[in-house]
Design a protein around this ligand. Structure first.
Ligand SMILES: [Zn+2]
Ligand SMILES: [Zn+2]
Length: 253
């Protein structure tokens, strides 16, 4: 009885939140029409974030039946270049270069907010195999020093929104970054990049990740070196599998 009452209260609160959001959208559009960062037309719904619906329509999102490398998710057949990367599989919403997606990722570095449209696209990716096997959500951590200067970790913001919708436990404590090395030197090859991040992460609570299929979340997949280093650490700590989820990915590994 108490439980169902609480549930009803929660549903009520959620309806209020949604109503408030719609109201906020309307007021915001009237008071401060958001201009699309790509085409300068007006963005009429807050769910689309910084780009308008038309620009989102022009952004090519990976389809359900897209031909991709099963492991790293790059478009095309099995790429053969991702064999040394430690994660189980990686998936993204789309190629990072594509207009609305790129602008949204850039904004997320400055504002801790995932527009509803991106959230829906991410959820669709996680609901497909093999990411649908995930049991626990872990963001790629920032070094505490960097977190203090940046104010928030954009990977955590994405991870929170995915874990909320999918009702999967969010784990921001088990995996930590122990080295501040983040920027790769220009001209560094793939091995150099991997060496730079190898040993940058540690699992502080192995019991929490043991036997779990980790959904490892970041904003962009570029070379895969960072998520691979995280995955190696998680797998060494006893994780069963590591599935990488990012908003964008590079067009080639
Ligand atoms: Zn536009
Ligand atoms: Zn591949």
């Amino acid at each position: 009885m108490v439980f169902s009452h609480k549930k009803a209260q929660k549903a009520h609160r959620m309806n209020l939140t949604r109503a408030a959001e719609n109201f906020f959208d309307a007021v915001l559009t009237l008071a401060y029409p958001q201009v699309c960062v790509i085409c300068s037309r007006s963005v009429e719904q807050r769910r689309f974030g910084v780009a308008c619906e038309a620009c989102w329509k022009e952004t090519r999102i990976f389809a359900d039946d897209e031909e991709i490398c099963w492991k790293c998710g790059v478009p095309g057949p099995a790429c053969g270049r991702c064999a040394e990367l430690a994660f189980t599989a990686a998936r993204a919403v789309a190629i990072y270069d594509d207009g609305a997606l790129r602008e949204s990722v850039l904004l997320l570095k400055r504002q801790p907010y995932v527009p509803q449209h991106i959230e829906s696209l991410l959820i669709a990716v996680v609901r497909r195999a093999p990411l649908s096997l995930s049991t626990r959500v872990v963001p790629v951590p920032l070094h505490p020093k960097r977190l203090r200067t940046r104010g928030f970790n954009q990977a955590s913001i994405i991870a929170r929104s995915v874990s909320n919708v999918l009702k999967l436990p969010l784990d921001e404590v088990s995996l930590v970054r122990v080295s501040t090395t983040e920027k790769y030197r220009a001209g560094m090859d793939a091995k150099g990049r991997r060496d730079t991040v190898a040993g940058a992460f540690q699992v502080t609570h192995p019991r929490l990740v043991a036997g779990e299929n980790i959904l490892l979340v970041d904003d962009v997949f570029t070379t895969g070196a960072t998520v691979s280093a995280c995955a190696e650490t998680l797998l060494n700590a006893g994780a069963n599998g590591v599935f990488v989820l990012t908003i964008g990915r590079a067009g080639a590994t």
